[in-house]
Design a protein around this ligand. Sequence first.
Ligand SMILES: NC(=O)c1ccc[n+]([C@@H]2O[C@H](COP(=O)([O-])OP(=O)(O)OC[C@H]3O[C@@H](n4cnc5c(N)ncnc54)[C@H](O)[C@@H]3O)[C@@H](O)[C@H]2O)c1
Length: 313
Amino acid sequence: MKIGVVGAGYFGKNHIREYVNSGNEVIVCDLKQENLNEIKEKFKVKKTTKDMQELLNDSELEAVSICTQNSVHYEIAKKFLEKGKHVLLEKPMTLDSSEAEELVELAEKNNCVLSIGHIFRYNAGLRKLKELISEKELGEVFLARLVWTNLNPPFEDNRDIYFDLGPHALDIIYFILGNLPDEISCRGVPSRDKADQDETTFINCRAGKTLINIDLSWVTPEKKRTVFVVGSKNSALIDCMTQQITLINNADMSEKNVFVQASNPLIEEISDFLNAVKENRKTVSEGKIGAEIVKLIELCHKSVKEQKTVFLG
Ligand SMILES: NC(=O)c1ccc[n+]([C@@H]2O[C@H](COP(=O)([O-])OP(=O)(O)OC[C@H]3O[C@@H](n4cnc5c(N)ncnc54)[C@H](O)[C@@H]3O)[C@@H](O)[C@H]2O)c1
């Protein structure tokens, strides 16, 4: 298949590598010549351009990955969907939920696949956890605690922690519980002197009877990507980086490891996208899900700003 990638920065390079490795013809667009030179050299991509119009006008190009900064996701995705191209759009889908909904409608209208880079839906450990929850292996789920922390120097590009780290954590909740939170209470702080944005935030939610606590931080000198789910019978702790699960029996606190064959989530995400294009179906990370997550992030902002609990309408 002939595929375009717009944005060949840190994460776009990973998309390019996987498309090339799976035997697709790839055209790459980036505004920075140094990025284009690097990917030509590294991945032997033959065609690169600084002009996105070349991709939009290419009638043989069927699909595109958009891996640019968040602020231009909407306008770029809209242009490709208007041309009838299938789109894999990095998270967060957009910075505005009405724009996200518009993209969902446009994809429907033009019969395009629109998939969002919620990569943890392709994490074998989280898939297993979802299975354990739906088979009632944990009993009734009382509590979910997610820790998504690392240490970054202060960002210079006004990066928003809710839109940057939030989509993964919030989508994991939606994925494993099958429900969106119905209320959110959120508090954030710009921890360091130079920061003019929150760098640490606690998102507290409730989804039915399940309480959820999400700890997001860029000032924690420990990279953690963990999900701890407490059930009425058993509890499960998953390290999303290794994809391994520890199952804890609540009665005697004994622990056992659940065998999980780790996946390569990006390969799975891209293969779901390409197969959805071939089979004219949706992916497990379809546009509608991306739009729901953007709405939740807007509610986080509202809760922080108004210092109150907000409810999903
Ligand atoms: N799924 C994940 O786990 C994951 C991880 C990291 C980043 N991301 C997402 O990937 C996206 C990119 O992040 P990044 O860290 O690679 O950013 P980056 O700044 O390293 O790269 C973005 C690139 O897009 C290019 N670009 C911007 N506007 C363009 C345009 N109009 N036409 C062509 N190129 C353009 C820039 O020149 C830059 O090279 C973000 O949306 C981010 O949230 C996802």
